[in-house]
Ligand binder design. Sequence first.
Ligand SMILES: NC(=O)c1ccc[n+]([C@@H]2O[C@H](COP(=O)([O-])OP(=O)(O)OC[C@H]3O[C@@H](n4cnc5c(N)ncnc54)[C@H](OP(=O)(O)O)[C@@H]3O)[C@@H](O)[C@H]2O)c1
Length: 247
Amino acid sequence: MQLKGKYAIITGANRGIGRAITEKFAAEGACIWACARKCTQEFEEDMKLLSKQYGVFIQPVYFDLKSEQEIVSGIKQILAKKKPIDILVNNAGIAASGLLTMTPVSVLKDVFEVNFFAQVFLMQLVAKKMIRQKNGCIINMVSVGGIEHRQGYLAYGSSKAALIWTTRMAAKELGIYGIRVNGIAPATVDTDMGHYRNEEELKKVIEDTPLGRLAKSAEIAEAAVFLASPKASFITGDILKVDGGRT
Ligand SMILES: NC(=O)c1ccc[n+]([C@@H]2O[C@H](COP(=O)([O-])OP(=O)(O)OC[C@H]3O[C@@H](n4cnc5c(N)ncnc54)[C@H](OP(=O)(O)O)[C@@H]3O)[C@@H](O)[C@H]2O)c1
C-alpha cells in the first residue's frame, strides 16, 4: 500500500498506459480522479468495479485536452471537493508520424496542443494547489521518442522533447515547495498507440530492443507507482527510461 490515502489525478485513464496506472494506483490504496475525454457507460462501470475491487475512491472526470475551458472546469470540479492533490499523472497523449518536409505546421500545432500545451496547463493549475500544500508529485508521460532523434517523428518527438525540458525545469522551480516533478520515458508499449507503427517498423523496434519485446502497460505503471511513492522521496527532475535497453 505505497500510495494509501494519496489523491491522484490520472489523465487518459480509460485505456492503455493510463488504465494500467489507474489500476496499480488503486491497488496501492490511492484515491483517484480518473480523467477521460468522454463519458461512456463502459468507462463508468470499469471505474466502479475497480473502486469496489480495491476499496478505494475513484471518481471519473471528463475533459478534452484540446479545450482549455474543459480542462479548467474538470480541475475546478476536483478542487471543489477540497481534498489534497498529492499526485498528477499527465499521461494522455497522441501519436503522430511524418518527415520534416512532409509535416504541415497545422499537424505540429495539433500534436503540441495535446502532448505539450495541455500538459503544461494542467501542471500550472495543479501546481498552484500543490504550492499551497507545500507538497506534491507530478509525473509526465514522455517518451524515448523525445530523447532519440528517430526520423519520421517530427511532431511527436519534438512535443515529448519539449515536455522533457519542462519536466526538468519545473523540478527546479517547484522543489522549494516540496513538489517533485519527474518523467517516465517508455519505448514502444503494447497498447493501441504502440501498434500505431506498421508491422515492419514494430519488428525493427523489437530487434533494436535488447530485451526483445514491447513493454507491457503494467510495467510502465510500476514505474509510476515508484516515482509517486515515498521510495522516490529524493528523486526529482529525472526522466526514468522504461525502454528494455533501446536507447
Ligand atoms: N504506447 C507507446 O508505445 C508509448 C511509448 C512512449 C510513450 N507513450 C506515451 O504514453 C502515454 C499513453 O499512451 P498509450 O500507449 O496509453 O496511448 P493510447 O492507448 O493511445 O491512449 C491514449 C490516451 O490518451 C487519451 N487522449 C488522447 N487525446 C486526448 C484528448 N484530446 N483529450 C483527452 N484525452 C485524450 C485517450 O483518450 P481516448 O480514448 O478518448 O482517445 C487515451 O485515454 C502517451 O502520452 C504516450 O505518448 C506511449
